[in-house]
Design a protein around this ligand. Structure first.
Ligand code: FAD
Length: 307
């Protein structure tokens, strides 16, 4: 029951101010976020890549309400691409972007987001890496997939994210299970209504497996974005069934979550990519992580009480 409350709170500006200013918040946030600066993110990346992990970096930010904020988001990613090139990290580190940070919700937002993300995708290619478009709430899916299709015409390695909780996703998976495409499959992290999304966890899991089969059987590059041990095991079984070797698909997990499992998979020879968020605008991301797991909230609450 707490999950929907926390997801609603994730979009409350009032609560954002309270949570962000509470002195105890920082250590809890640090578990999920690799610092506020590019330097702190790069330090986290180095320690992960030193241990055979790959990364995708997310400069935190979403739901911008004016065009200048969207340009700041674009510039942060351009600086990131430059840093990845300078550090020679292009092969191990890619970038994840949220189009709502690039202005997607503004009037004329589809074009604004497209125009802002294009130079980032170009800079990524110049740095020897690529970009994956994160997926946000269901109202953005058509726009995000349309931007993806356009970017893929010139940069086919641009990645998509599909969320198994949406009824539409099985069709989207089938459409994207084609040679050259890169699809991160996740369960979905937003609060969605019953007319567009499964509400029952088991139905979300079953839909995930159906989409996973489509992606593993298809010609694209599946990216399994989940910490769920059953889905990890099912992926390994499907890889054997469809003759995919490690490197012909990859696992992805979030920074700070199931770290031992991340290392276990990498040491077993799998390609394992860690999603590394950094920056000052961590509130929405942080609240979604609390919503996914009540134990995280208990951890947060204990740190409040123990002061
Ligand atoms: P769950 O059934 O939620 O969790 C399985 C197990 O994983 C839990 O029992 C627990 O052990 C562990 N676990 C899961 N979440 C947490 C947590 N927060 N803290 C501690 N332990 C946890 N969602 C989107 O909507 N759009 C995106 O673009 C997107 N990108 C993602 C990128 C990556 C790399 C990953 C891993 C997830 C992404 N998500 C995204 C989030 C995703 O939709 C889920 O909300 C999240 O991954 C939790 O689902 P799960 O598959 O891990 O399974």
């Amino acid at each position: 029951m707490l999950g929907p409350v926390l997801l609603a709170a994730a979009r409350s500006d009032g609560l954002r101010r309270v949570v962000a200013s509470a002195p105890v918040t920082r250590p809890v946030v640090d578990r999920f976020v690799a610092g506020e600066t590019l330097d702190s993110a790069l330090a986290a990346v180095r320690s992960l890549t030193d241990r055979r992990l790959e990364v995708t970096l997310d400069h935190l930010g979403e739901d911008v309400t004016d065009a200048s904020e969207a340009l700041r988001a674009r510039d942060a990613y351009l600086a990131l691409a430059e840093a990845l090139a300078a550090e020679g990290l292009g092969e191990r580190a890619e970038m994840s972007v949220k189009l709502s940070a690039f202005g997607q919700a503004l009037p004329g937002g589809h074009e604004i987001a497209h125009n802002n993300v294009l130079p980032v995708v170009e800079a990524a290619a110049a740095a020897g890496t690529t970009v994956t478009l994160d997926m946000e709430d269901h109202t953005t899916v058509d726009s995000t997939l349309a931007v993806l299709a356009d970017l893929r015409a010139k940069f086919p390695q641009t990645g998509a994210v599909l969320q198994s909780y949406l009824y539409r996703t099985e069709d989207d998976c089938a459409a994207l299970a084609v040679a050259g495409s890169r699809v991160r499959l996740v369960k979905g992290a937003y609060r969605e209504p019953a007319d567009v999304a499964y509400q029952d966890k088991h139905q979300v899991d079953r839909a995930y497996v159906r989409c996973l089969k489509t992606l593993m059987a298809g010609g694209g590059y599946p990216m399994i974005g989940s910490h769920d041990p059953r889905l990890v095991a099912i992926t390994e079984a499907l890889a054997a069934r469809f003759g995919r070797k490690p490197g012909e698909y990859e696992f992805q997990m979030l920074y700070g979550i199931r770290e031992a499992e991340q290392h276990r998979l990498a040491e077993a020879g799998h390609r394992m990519r860690v999603y590394v968020p950094y920056g000052t605008d961590w509130y929405g991301y942080f609240m979604r992580r609390l919503a996914e797991r009540p134990a995280n909230l208990a951890f947060f609450a204990r740190s409040l009480v123990s002061r």
